[in-house]
Structures are given as structure tokens and as C-alpha cells.
Design a protein around this ligand. Structure first.
Ligand code: 5GP
Length: 206
């Protein structure tokens, strides 16, 4: 029998999709009840107004970022929109072992690296979700409405969106974005179901 109080490993939830689909907001909200933590990435892009170092990202110089790659500190990393982004190994493994679900908001290249990781803990805990915009027109409206990025940055992100969208079938789930409420309901339903996965349960013989 499995005791209802059995402990389990944390889920590693990789979330990708073009900038402007609202995936970061979905991830952040899912962490608000304390049952999951947001994986704070490292980046070489400059902070947007209001972004806080250590909370939104660890904002690093290019030199520091490349030195961390050399020292093997990164779990995955990629060049996205002409900047470096990456996840620290320590963040991932510590949280999974202590049963804390971890939400990684990363691009399709990083997601492919995580899927290719042969570490047993990672393969046991991993799931992935692609958040798809309803249309490119709607995505453009959302990106332009954000008002924190220049028109050049918006144009680059739109161009990259089309390339990213080619990868939706690599993910277990595809969530086509609708209203904020609908997206949250679907996202939370996925998390609830995934939390019941038998592979996460820790028993005496595994
Ligand atoms: P933004 O600059 O809008 O915060 O993020 C730009 C893109 O970088 C998003 O698609 C986001 O998912 C991705 N990203 C953020 N952190 C990471 C990371 O640690 N690794 C990878 N591979 N992509 C990331």
C-alpha cells in the first residue's frame, strides 16, 4: 500500500512558448500557493523596469555567464533574442530532491537540452508544456502592448516566435492561449494531474 502521506520527488515542469503568450505570468501564479517554485534563470539581457536581480533573473555580465558555462554550473543554456539565458544546476536538483515542484520558463533550445538529459532524477520528474498564442496577430498586439520593449525588440521576438512555434509537438502538452482565466484553469489542471504521477512517489525500493 502507498500511504497517503508518502513523500514524493518534485516535478520538473518545463514551460516554453513565444514571448508574449503569458507563460511567465502562468508560472509565477502557479508558484503563489507555495507548492511550486519558479526557477530563476541567469541572463545577460538588461533588466526591464521593475525587474529585480535574484527574483526575476540573475542579471550577469557576458563574461560571468561564459565563465559559469566553463565551470559546468549550468543545467541548460541557450542564446535567445541575441542574449544568453541559462538555468543553474543547483536550483534544479536541490528542489526536486526535497519534493518541491519547479517551473522552468525556458526557450525551445533549453527544453531540448533538458529532454536530452539522461540523469535519472530528471527523467523521472520531467514534464513539459508549450504555450501557443491564438494567432500571430494577437501575439503582436500583446507584445506591442507590453510597452517595455522597443519596436526593434518586438520585431525580433515576433520573428523568433514563428521558429519557436515549429516545436510545439515536442511537448507533452500544448496549451492554446485564450483568456487569462481559461489559461490558468488549464495550466493548473495539468499541474494537478502531473502531481499524481506514480514515477514521483518515493517508496522503500526506489
Ligand atoms: P525574456 O527576455 O522575455 O524574459 O525571455 C526571453 C526568452 O528566454 C523566453 O522565451 C524565456 O522562456 C527564455 N528563457 C528565460 N530563461 C531561460 C533559461 O534559463 N534558459 C533558456 N534556454 N531560455 C530561457
Amino acid at each position: 500500500m502507498i500511504a497517503p502521506t508518502s513523500s514524493r520527488l518534485g516535478l520538473l515542469i518545463v514551460v516554453s512558448g513565444p514571448s508574449g503568450t503569458g507563460k511567465t505570468t502562468l508560472c509565477r501564479k502557479a508558484c503563489a500557493d507555495g507548492r511550486a517554485v519558479f526557477s530563476v534563470s541567469c541572463t545577460t539581457r538588461p533588466p526591464r523596469p521593475g525587474e529585480v536581480d535574484g527574483k526575476d533573473y540573475f542579471f550577469l555580465s557576458e563574461e560571468d555567464f561564459l565563465a559559469r558555462i566553463d565551470r559546468g554550473e549550468l543545467f541548460e543554456y541557450a542564446r535567445v533574442h541575441n542574449r544568453w539565458y541559462g538555468t543553474l544546476k543547483s536550483y534544479v536538483f536541490d528542489n526536486l530532491r526535497r519534493g518541491m515542484d519547479l517551473l522552468m520558463d525556458i526557450d525551445v533550445q533549453g527544453a531540448a537540452q533538458v529532454r536530452g538529459c539522461e540523469d535519472e532524477l530528471v527523467t523521472r520528474c520531467l514534464t513539459d508544456i508549450f504555450v501557443m498564442p491564438p494567432s500571430l496577430g494577437e501575439l503582436e498586439a500583446r507584445l506591442s502592448g507590453r510597452a517595455t520593449d522597443s519596436p526593434e525588440v518586438v520585431a525580433l521576438r515576433l520573428k523568433n516566435a514563428e521558429a519557436e512555434m515549429q516545436h510545439w509537438q515536442d511537448y507533452r502538452y500544448c496549451l492554446v492561449s485564450g483568456s487569462r482565466e481559461q489559461d490558468e484553469l488549464k495550466f493548473n489542471a495539468i499541474l494537478e494531474a502531473e502531481r499524481l504521477r506514480s514515477s514521483l512517489l518515493i517508496t522503500e525500493d526506489n
